[in-house]
Design a protein around this ligand. Sequence first.
Ligand SMILES: *[C@@H]1O[C@H](CO)[C@@H](O)[C@H](O)[C@H]1NC(C)=O
Ligand SMILES: *[C@@H]1O[C@H](CO)[C@@H](O)[C@H](O)[C@H]1NC(C)=O
Ligand SMILES: *[C@@H]1O[C@H](CO)[C@@H](O)[C@H](O)[C@H]1NC(C)=O
Length: 318
Amino acid sequence: MEMSNRRFGFAISMIIVAIVAANADSSKEIIVKTVKGKKVCDQGWECKGFSIYCCNQTISDFFQTYQFENLFSKRNTPVAHAVGFWDYQSFITAAAIYQPLGFGTTGGKLMQMKEVAAFLAHVGAKTSCGYDVATGGPYAWGLCYNREMSPSQSYCDDYYKFDYPCAPGAEYYGRGAIPIYWNYNYGAVGEALKEDLLNHPEYIEQNATLAFQAAIWRWMTPIKKGQPTAHEVFVGDWKPTKNDTLSKRVPGFGTTMNILYGDSVCGQGDIDPMNVIISHYHAYLDLMGVRREEAGPHEVLTCAEQKPFNPSNTKSSS
Ligand SMILES: *[C@@H]1O[C@H](CO)[C@@H](O)[C@H](O)[C@H]1NC(C)=O
Ligand SMILES: *[C@@H]1O[C@H](CO)[C@@H](O)[C@H](O)[C@H]1NC(C)=O
Ligand SMILES: *[C@@H]1O[C@H](CO)[C@@H](O)[C@H](O)[C@H]1NC(C)=O
C-alpha cells in the first residue's frame, strides 16, 4: 500500500499538463511538467526539449515579421548587396536551436526584447552599408551584405592545420550575420552546427538560416573555455571576477562588444566602430518600442575603457 502511494506521488509530479497560452496565438500549446521540483516546458518547434526557458514567451511572441522589416528596412533595395537573401523566417528558424538554452527567452519580456535588439544590433552594424547621408538614416541599412566584398586574403591560418586544415581553394573570408573569418572559426562553428564548413565555407553565404545559426552560436558560445558568453554578460548570468572589475568589464551591452571583437573595438576610447554598434542598439530599441533608458547608462553601454578578454597579438605588427 505504502509502496503504491509513493509511486502514485511520483506519477503526479511527472504529470504533463497542456495549457493554451492565454496571450499569444491561441493555437500554441505550452506543455508543462515538473522535473525534480523545477517547472520546465516545451512549446513545439520554436522552443523544444523541456527547458526552464521554454516556459517564458518565445521570440516570435514579441518579435514579429513587421518588426524585422522595420529594423532591416533597406536590405532589399536595389543597391543592397544581398537582395532577397535575409528574411524573418530564417532568423526565427535559426533561433529555435538556442531558445531552449536561453537565447531571447531569459529574464522576462523586457530583457528578452533587449537581448534580441542587442544581438540584432551587432548583426545590423556588421552587415550595414549605411552611411551618414544614406536614405532612411545610417541605421536602416543592416543586412545589406552577407559576405565580405573584396577580401584581401583567404584567411587561412596554418597554425591550425591539424585541427582545422584549410581545404584547397577554399576562402575563409567574412560571411554571415556576425561575419565569421578564418579557417579555425569556420571549423569550430561547423563542428557545433554539424555542417562541413571547412570544406564548404560558401554554405554560409548560400543559406540565411545557417548564417543566423552561426551568429547566434557565436553569441551563445565563449571564445575560450572559462570565459563568459555575450549572452551571459548581457542577461546578467555572469559574475565579474576581481580581474574583470579591474579591467572595467561590467555586465551589459559594452562587454558583449569586448567578447565579440576585442581590441578592434574596445579599450580604444570613444571610437567610431564602437559607437556605430551602440547606435544600432539604440535605434533598434526605438523601433521595437523599448525606451532607450532601458539600455542603461553609458558605463554599461560602452567598452571604451575596457581591457579586452583576448588581446590581439598582431596589433603592434601592422
Ligand atoms: C521567465 O520570465 C520571468 C518573468 O516574466 C522571469 O522572472 C524568469 O526569470 C524567466 N525565466 C527564465 C528561465 O529566465
Ligand atoms: C539551410 O540550413 C538549414 C539549417 O542548417 C537547413 O535545415 C536547411 O535545409 C538549409 N537549406 C538549404 C536550402 O540547404
Ligand atoms: C588576472 O590578470 C592578470 C594580469 O592580466 C593575469 O596574469 C591573471 O592570470 C589573471 N587572473 C585570473 C584569475 O584570470
